[in-house]
Design a binder for this molecule. Structure first.
Ligand code: PHE
Length: 356
């Protein structure tokens, strides 16, 4: 009888498909109401002689079954682990996360960089409409009607409004200066990035392009502040610590004195490099805000003064990122965007670097 039982139990143990089934076999054999336990209980009714013999046999059987269960348990554990390892296998050569496919356009990235740098200097961001009137785009900026400097702007004019205002697409971001001075009291410290429009199209001009305007108005703001601000900005933006700047006298109706700013570069071997190499490249216009402009905006020019600057965003983006043709910015070619665009999580900040 124990031999038949042993064979039966050992078969059940070895054929238990999983840990739960194995536990059932254990309970059925060795549990309180198990078959071996039941046989043990019957020993009391036997003669001492028989009891010893049968008891020894049952104990041996019990030990053997317990050992077989342990062995099967180890086997099932190992099989379970192997199956998990197989199912959960990771390919460690895969990228940590899939590369995002969308790209940030270099203009957007450059605007974010400008904002990051000027925000650290205490500038706020201001905005104005693309469709402007003649007053904000020209007259308030000290371009009187008929002034020859108006002709240099290749303006897109729109139909007059019902009340006879002359409308146009803004030719520069300087009208945002006017709107800001007319609506907030000094001290003023703003930049105004945005779209601008001129009727022109060739290698270096597109009818729509972007500028960023800067304006600082306070009681004691002077040309030295203008220079320091632009030197700091250019060195941070182009990431060249000793980048030299040259301020050349120039003319804008809305600033006096006015200057154009060149940065140091080299054009050796047809390759443009920024730095202290003896050659120069023009990048922006600036000057002290003309008293006529302050007065046109309702600011007392005997008490307040300040500076303004403006530059083309495409131009500085092309210089920084080595983009050769302005027109490609607006062709919406996905291959171009994939090449020159930025990964969405590359958020510029002076702390962790402005470039990728
Ligand atoms: N608005 C000028 C332009 O478009 C640039 C500029 C802005 C110059 C502010 C001086 C001060 O040419």
């Amino acid at each position: 009888m124990p031999d038949a039982l042993k064979t039966e139990l050992l078969t059940l143990v070895s054929e238990a498909p999983d840990l739960a089934a194995l536990e059932e076999v254990r309970v059925a054999a060795l549990g309180k109401k198990g078959r071996i336990t039941g046989l043990m209980k019957e020993l009391g009714g036997l003669s001492p002689e028989e009891r010893r013999e049968r008891g020894a046999a049952l104990n041996a059987l019990k030990d053997e079954i317990a050992a077989a269960i342990d062995a099967r348990k180890t086997e099932l554990h190992a099989a379970h682990l192997a199956a998990r390892l197989e199912a959960e296998r990771v390919d460690v050569t895969l990228p940590v996360r899939p590369e995002p496919r969308g790209r940030i356009h270099p203009i957007s990235q450059t605007v974010d960089e400008l904002v990051a740098i000027f925000a650290e200097m205490g500038f706020a961001v201001a905005e104005g409409p693309d469709v402007e009137d003649d007053f904000h785009n020209f007259t308030a900026l000290n371009f009187p009607p008929g002034h020859p400097a108006r002709d240099m702007h290749d303006t897109f004019y729109l139909p007059d409004t019902a009340d006879g205002r002359r409308m146009l697409l803004r030719t520069h971001t300087s009208p945002v200066q006017v709107r800001t001075m007319m609506s907030v009291k000094p001290p003023i410290r703003i930049i105004a990035p945005g779209r601008t429009y001129r009727s022109d199209y060739d290698m270096t001009h597109t009818p729509m392009f972007h500028q960023v305007e800067g304006l600082v108005i306070d009681e004691a703001t002077h040309m030295g502040h203008l220079k320091g601000c632009l030197i700091d900005f250019c060195r941070a933006f182009f990431d060249v610590d000793d980048l030299p700047l040259r301020f050349r006298p120039s003319f804008f109706p809305f600033t006096e004195p006015s200057a154009e700013v060149d940065i140091g570069c080299s054009r050796k071997g047809g390759e443009l490099k920024l730095g202290n190499y003896g050659d120069w490249l023009e990048i922006l216009g600036c000057g002290m805000v003309h008293p006529n402009v302050l007065e046109a905006c309702g600011i007392d020019s005997t008490r307040y003064q300040g500076f303004a600057f403006g530059m083309g965003i495409e131009r500085i983006a092309m210089l920084k990122y080595g983009i050769p043709d302005l027109r490609t910015f607006f062709e919406a070619d996905l291959r171009w965007l994939k090449h020159y665009g930025f990964v969405p999580l590359d958020i510029p900040s002076p702390a962790h670097g402005l470039t990728r």
